[in-house]
Design a protein around this ligand. Sequence first.
Ligand code: FAD
Ligand code: NDP
Length: 490
Amino acid sequence: MAPAQGNYDYDLVVIGGGSAGLACAKEAVTNGARVACLDFVKPTPIGTKWGVGGTCVNVGCIPKKLMHQASLLGEAVHEAAAYGWNVDDKIKPDWSKLVSSVQNHIKSVNWVTRVDLRDKKVEYINGLGSFVDSHTLLAKLKSGERTITAQSFVIAVGGRPRYPEIPGAVEYGITSDDLFSLDHEPGKTLVVGAGYIGLECAGFLKGLGYEPTVMVRSIVLRGFDQQMAELVAASMEERGIPFLRKTVPLSVEKQEDGRLLVKYENTETGEVSEDVFDTVLWAIGRKGLVDDLNLPNAGVLVHKDKIQVDSLETTNVGHIYAVGDIIYGKPELTPVAVLAGRLLARRLFANATQRMDYADVATTVFTPLEYACVGLSEEDAIKTYGEEEVEVYHGYYKPTEFFIPQKSVRYCYVKAVAERNGQQRVYGLHYLGPSAGEVIQGFAAALKSGLTVHTLMNTVGIHPTTAEEFTRLSITKRSGLDPTPASCCS
Ligand code: FAD
Ligand code: NDP
């Protein structure tokens, strides 16, 4: 453990009790440091608030995955009839029961988190932190204020959803911060934004029987392989989710009947249209929570509402670090936040030297037909290595379990982006189909270990699974051969 320098209250104060902050604080005490962790949630404009644990647990990955699961279960019940189950095909979800089940789970996680912090002897402070100077923090508590000093600080404050600057946005719209605890059915919902959150929310709302429409400003899933992104969108459209392309919202007004009149514009044609919705969900990205921190008092520089760090997660001030969603230019994902936080604590208090590797992080978009990937997109591989040096293996496939209920197999597709010559290293793997996260996780380890096309093709598959489709890839895009399968078993 690094010796405490100066007469500080703590060796380390972590600001933010989310995925990154908690992982860092717990690892630091495990390595002998005296640690406090502050966490404070400001309510949303409609008053939604939650407990310790940050975005993932309360208003992110966990409630999202549970609602996605609820939606997949509805689909499975319909399929069950084809498999011989006697089920009433007029099934209907109970939104308030779903919300209360999801919220009960979250509350149990909040409780376990607080017990864990107490057991591990991390001092949890339910207060909003702002810097007084580079070694002093003011914590605004419900019952007053407290000044805390520390040798080092970790800023792990994450972000919150943005609202567009148009009339009615804040008064009448909600965000993912509100959706998972909404006290009424969302009904016909306009989902503005075609990133992860927009597509995932639209997907489960449709599966639960509501009527989402996705408004796309420019492209779908910016930053992802665009062929895959368009297949995701097409698979959602096939399920009856309309996409309003090249469209931006202009205003939201509340009608006398309580419904929301949204005016919007097609940015290509300039045409203005309107429609009425029960709910408007802003999913237009997230803003880093730098404003409350009084960072100028500590001398920490801000870059586009985020904090820039070096490869040791150090800010421009040597004893102040940042991890998780608040850092600039890195994937905003829970496992990234957790590992980066843990490695930072080990470097600070256990003489470790390992740095966070932000490359080749696998991820999944939990749309009704899920999309998972690891490594480079086709376009990024071509940009990096040149078109002549990149080979793309691809294929459509038919999941065995889709046949009996006659589910659409149209968008079940895998592709491997690889080096064309030499070792034929695999640069990226892309999968569209069921259980995508489960499928890609193991392949991510293989890719990080230097997977080659030869190894992939000589890996014996597990039959009948959808993951085995990666081992069956043999057709290159360059060959122009038809990538649709003739049979499933040979
Ligand atoms: P956070 O978890 O946001 O934690 C920061 C905490 O600090 C918050 O509690 C905040 O209130 C608090 N805080 C802020 N300012 C202060 C202050 N001044 N003083 C004290 N406390 C403060 N990632 C995945 O990997 N998989 C998914 O499936 C996934 N789904 C998602 C779905 C949604 C709808 C959203 C919104 C996100 C999702 N994410 C997912 C992203 C994931 O939730 C984030 O990457 C992760 O939570 C980031 O952790 P963090 O610790 O950096 O920030
Ligand atoms: P994203 O940045 O992924 O997407 C924002 C979307 O909103 C884009 O389609 C963007 O369009 C659009 N947009 C931005 N501003 C406007 C505007 N003023 N009007 C209309 N549309 C607009 O943000 P998300 O909020 O979806 O997700 C944030 C992060 O959370 C993700 O990057 C991800 O790391 C994490 N996350 C992870 C999940 C997972 O792992 N499964 C799930 C959910 C979130 P344009 O392309 O034109 O800019």
